[in-house]
Write a protein that binds this ligand. Structure first.
Ligand code: HEM
Length: 316
């Protein structure tokens, strides 16, 4: 995947990485966001109706190998799983289409994001960095949230910790454009829905858990049974905003079943693989195009620059 030719996007990406470093510290070999993770291998089976939406290869063959990386929020590699800042959880999915050919879904467990643009997200991070949370009134963060309703809504959205990474829903948020074999195109947003059902914990139940409860639970679960998700697309109607992650579509929009993910085993040598894999929010596959959402190109650049830095760090 290439870096964008737009120097402004590359410069903004570097500033964002520096801001993450300033907030969470530098942890060579780890991600500056979603640092603590775990990976599983399995496969994707498309639903019969998926081919009506997209001619993408993995929707038009019986099965495709897939890998998932679940993660806690923040750039702190040892963040306790029951720390309130560990939500939203991350879910990066890679579909292995051929040798070194793949397409990804990058999603998190809150159906919202604080800002439409990367520049605004940088301002949000700067306000967080400049704020002592024990003195919130009058702080830069209070001022920022007072003038940015989407960020306030994101901050206030309930983010209960799950009992398991396998019992959480994840949202792709940034719209993509699906194109079928007849050239008909439709915008949509991915949702990753757990077969085992959502199981949010209340504060007391979360406080009673250990600092690695999610990672331990997933290791125990996968040793006994597969971890299964449905891949669903919320379809836009004509006139829906498809280039702004802060705009929600009406709740009655059609949810089309794309298929099912079944993960059966942990990724061997997970520390090495987590260091190596660089997820890409831009689909880069025939049959699924990026939308004009400005976060897609920016994040692709941020994740690539960050991934190169991570890969260059010495093996620990
Ligand atoms: C301005 C917007 C955003 C910025 C600057 C940003 C920044 C980052 C950074 C720096 C990383 C670490 C990347 C790496 O080293 O591989 C990351 C990872 C991640 N982000 Fe974002 N992010 C943004 C928006 C989003 C959105 C909208 C979502 C959810 C849909 C999301 C979900 C994730 C997930 C799941 C990961 C972990 C991926 C993995 O497992 O490798 N991010 N983000």
């Amino acid at each position: 995947m290439p870096l964008p030719t737009d120097e402004k996007i590359v410069a903004l990406s570097q500033e964002l990485l520096q801001q993450f470093d300033a907030i969470f510290g530098v942890h060579p070999g780890f991600r500056p966001a979603h640092a603590k993770g775990i990976m599983l291998n399995g496969s994707f089976t498309p639903s019969p109706e998926s081919a009506s939406l997209t001619r993408a290869p993995h929707m038009n063959r019986p099965s495709t190998p897939a890998t998932v990386r679940f993660s806690n929020s923040t750039g702190i590699p040892v963040i306790p799983d029951n720390d309130p800042n560990a939500d939203p959880r991350g879910c990066g999915i890679r579909f292995h289409l051929a040798e070194r050919v793949h397409t990804d879904i990058v999603s998190h467990s809150t159906n919202a994001f604080p800002t439409r643009t990367g520049q605004d997200f940088l301002e949000f991070l700067r306000a967080i960095a400049a704020t002592d949370l024990t003195h919130f009134p009058g702080s830069p963060l209070e001022k920022y949230l007072g003038t940015h309703p989407a960020a306030l809504a994101f901050v206030q959205a309930p983010k209960p910790p799950p009992s398991s990474f396998a019992r959480e829903s994840y949202f792709g948020l940034t719209a993509v454009r699906f194109i079928n074999k007849d050239g008909v195109s439709r915008y949509g947003r991915y949702r990753i829905v757990p077969e085992a059902g959502n199981d949010p914990l209340d504060a007391a139940a979360a406080a009673a858990k250990g600092p690695n409860y999610l990672f331990d639970e997933l290791a125990q679960r996968i040793a006994k049974e597969p971890v299964k998700f449905r891949v669903v697309v919320q379809l836009a109607e004509d006139g829906d905003t498809v280039d702004d992650v802060t705009v929600h579509w009406p709740a009655d929009r059609t949810l089309l079943e794309l298929g099912s993910l079944v993960f059966t085993e942990p990724v061997p040598d997970t520390a090495h693989e987590q260091k190596r894999i660089i997820f890409d929010p831009i689909p880069r596959v025939d049959g699924i195009d990026a939308s004009d959402d400005p976060l897609l190109e920016l994040r692709a650049a941020v994740y690539l620059l960050s991934g190169r830095r991570r890969r260059a760090a010495p093996e620990s």
